[in-house]
Write a protein that binds this ligand. Structure first.
Ligand SMILES: [Zn+2]
Length: 217
């Protein structure tokens, strides 16, 4: 049974605040997109890459620029394994707490390390003015459900439930390849993948709409 929990899925009305952002994939196919935020870090990202390889799943990694600067080999491994990458700012800045100019400059700084037309705002929120500027160059990717794996006080079991109680065709699901999340991610992610497969879900990449905008052919 699906419950209402805005910490996991925002009410539809809230998603309209960023109407052109990507919140969900087409609802008529039983597919989900796994996304991993805040890496790449050596403690977790290689483990995620190994698991995805074993399970034959491609995903999107929203990378923090300063992490890519520190671990370029991990970024290259993500690309080499056929995954997508997205921009998650250089310093994981919260848009609402950051003046527009500084925020946008931080996204551009990250773009020198992360080659992508996808952008996900850290903590999920942006000022409307930042959103308007970003959508000129990026596809802003939000989520259909958040696993809450990064919450210290949650359990791996709760993370599995968060996903399995809320998943639906087209869900864009957020996990974190971060040190903070790994105590939940490591036990929960293999279980989530197994259960989703059992329920008949396929895994897909994000639609490359942003690229079509710029590729003029
Ligand atoms: Zn983040």
């Amino acid at each position: 049974m699906r419950r209402f929990d805005p910490r996991i899925r925002l009410p539809k009305l809230a998603t309209r605040y960023f109407p052109n952002a990507l919140w969900r994939l087409p609802e008529n196919e039983k597919k989900v997109a796994l996304t991993f935020d805040d890496g790449p870090v050596p403690e977790v990202t290689p483990w995620v890459l190994d698991l995805l390889k074993e399970e034959n799943i491609k995903a999107c990694f929203f990378c923090v620029g300063e992490n890519v600067e520190r671990h370029p080999e991990l970024y290259q491994q993500i690309i080499a394994n056929g995954h997508q990458v997205g921009n998650h700012t250089f310093n994981h800045l919260q848009g609402l707490k950051t003046p527009d100019e500084a925020f946008l400059a931080n996204v551009e700084k990250a773009a020198t390390y992360v080659d992508s037309k996808f952008m996900r705002p850290p903590h999920g929120w942006l000022r409307k003015s930042q959103y308007r500027e970003l959508t000129k160059d990026y596809e802003v990717v939000m989520w259909d459900l958040i696993s809450r794996d990064y919450k210290e006080k949650t359990s791996p079991k709760a993370v599995v439930s968060n996903v399995m109680n809320f998943v639906r065709p087209g869900s864009i699901i957020i996990f974190h390849d971060s040190v903070k999340a790994q105590k939940n991610l490591r036990p929960a992610l293999p279980v989530v993948i197994k259960k989703l497969k059992e329920e008949g879900y396929q895994f897909t990449l994000l639609p490359e709409k942003g690229k079509q905008k710029t590729d003029k052919h």
